[in-house]
Design a protein around this ligand. Structure first.
Ligand code: ADP
Length: 187
């Protein structure tokens, strides 16, 4: 049966980590637009070359490109059982997703918002920069990504609150504790 979930939260909130665990449990496919873009960068596609500059500046890749990428991915699936991680990030993307979910007949089970203090996410991202060396994990870009999140993505909290689907989860503390909170709220 088709089913979709959305993971929201600032960069560094732990969306990717928690998404992997939840996908295992609920047999969902994790669809991270950030991972998809990084894959294009690695493969050196035309999109990858353009996206790299935007990502390294901490800005958002255009809605058109992102929505097209997500649509193509959904079209390739036999059954749409997806956890969106890092998408939607703008109101235009959220509206497009509503339409996509209708087209693919895949109801939205919930929107999990991982809440973490800005100071904590900044420290986490700086630490990840040391460990993984992601080129957009430097202090200037991190600051910009948080600003973009607050300006362009945070308004989606209200958007999904209005649908009654939003589930706020405290994202602070140990990974296992956060995992248990998410399981608890989704049932
Ligand atoms: P994080 O949320 O930890 O910053 P992501 O891997 O989700 O990292 O995204 C990395 C970068 O990829 C973003 O800063 C942005 O440039 C680009 N990106 C990812 N998803 C989207 C999206 N839905 N819309 C626009 N840009 C995106």
């Amino acid at each position: 049966m088709n089913e979709t979930l959305i993971f929201m939260g600032p960069p560094g909130a732990g969306k990717g980590t928690q998404a992997v665990k939840l996908c295992e449990n609920r047999k969902l496919k994790q669809l991270s637009t950030g991972d998809m873009l990084r894959d294009h960068v690695r493969r050196g596609t035309e999109l990858g070359v353009q996206a790299k500059q935007i990502m390294d500046a901490g800005k958002l890749v255009s809605d058109e490109v992102i929505i097209g990428m997500v649509r193509a991915e959904l079209e390739s699936m036999e059954e749409v059982r997806v956890l969106f991680d890092g998408f939607p990030r703008t109101t235009a993307q959220a509206e497009a997703l509503d339409q996509l979910l209708q087209d693919f007949n895949a109801p939205l089970a919930g929107v999990v918002l991982l809440e973490v203090d800005e100071e904590v996410v900044t420290q986490r991202l700086l630490k990840r920069a040391e460990l993984e060396g992601r080129s957009d994990d430097n202090e200037q870009t991190i600051r910009n990504r948080l600003k973009v999140y607050n300006e362009q993505t945070a308004p989606l909290i209200g958007y999904y609150e209005g649908t009654g689907k939003l589930k706020k989860v405290d994202g602070m503390g140990e990974v296992a504790d956060v995992e248990a909170r998410i399981q608890g709220i989704l049932g």
